[in-house]
Write a protein of this length. Structure first.
Length: 215
């Protein structure tokens, strides 16, 4: 009985040590990101987020009119929101309404797991670049369908050179989760299913579609 008690204590101690190491190294978060727990797809977007989107959409509409971009639809990505929450938004500029939303990654800045947010625009930095993008032609890349991105601001004008593109990856869930999702090397990466929703919008547009990543 005494031996069983001692063995139990040792196993518990080893378990606590292992948990502390995994937690400190960020491994637990990476595991959770690969296997997130899905939550309801009908989760409502708060009034605060909608107001923020409307404000950005008004500026986006002005930009599209001035630069001959698609004046009907634009894509807005709000990096101030957690990656577990829908933050890639398809916005109807004509009707001033939100069409749909999905999950999207942010760059890990070459870290094993990036805590919080960092942004960068240098080649090899592995970070998300804030700013407006023109969505370019589609092609088949290492992760399948992808769209070239052209940075339009000083904060993201190295995007094409950095191979920052819009693409899908199976590590991104189709619905919101309770844990942060996977991180990228700077690409705004969405779920494969959501990319298929974006594809016809982009392909049908006779003018460039604006993608705006902001915080």
């Amino acid at each position: 009985m005494k031996r069983l008690f001692i063995t139990t204590i040792i196993l518990l101690a080893l378990g606590l040590i292992a948990y502390a190491w995994l937690s400190g190294s960020g491994t637990l978060k990476k595991i959770a990101a690969r296997h997130p727990v899905a939550v309801s797809k009908d989760k409502k977007i708060s009034k605060t987020i909608l107001e923020r989107l409307r404000s950005k959409a008004a500026l986006a509409k002005s930009f599209t009119e001035q630069h001959n971009y698609n004046g009907q639809i634009c894509f807005l990505v709000d990096m101030s929101l957690p990656s577990s929450q829908n933050r890639f938004f398809v916005y109807d500029l004509k009707k001033d309404t939100l069409q749909n939303s999905g999950l999207v990654t942010h760059g890990r800045c070459n870290e094993n797991w990036l805590e919080g947010r960092k942004y960068g625009n240098t080649v090899g930095c592995g970070c998300t670049s804030l700013g407006k993008y023109k969505i370019g032609y589609s092609y088949k890349g290492r992760f399948g369908l992808a769209f070239k991105l052209h940075g339009l601001d000083k904060t993201n004008d190295k995007a094409f050179e950095r191979y920052v593109v819009l693409h899908g990856h199976e590590c991104v869930p189709e619905t919101e989760t309770n844990e942060e999702i996977c991180q990228s090397d700077g690409c705004p990466t969405v779920s494969p299913g959501y990319l298929l929703q974006l594809k016809p919008i982009i392909n049908a547009s006779k003018k460039p579609v604006l993608l705006w990543i902001f915080e």
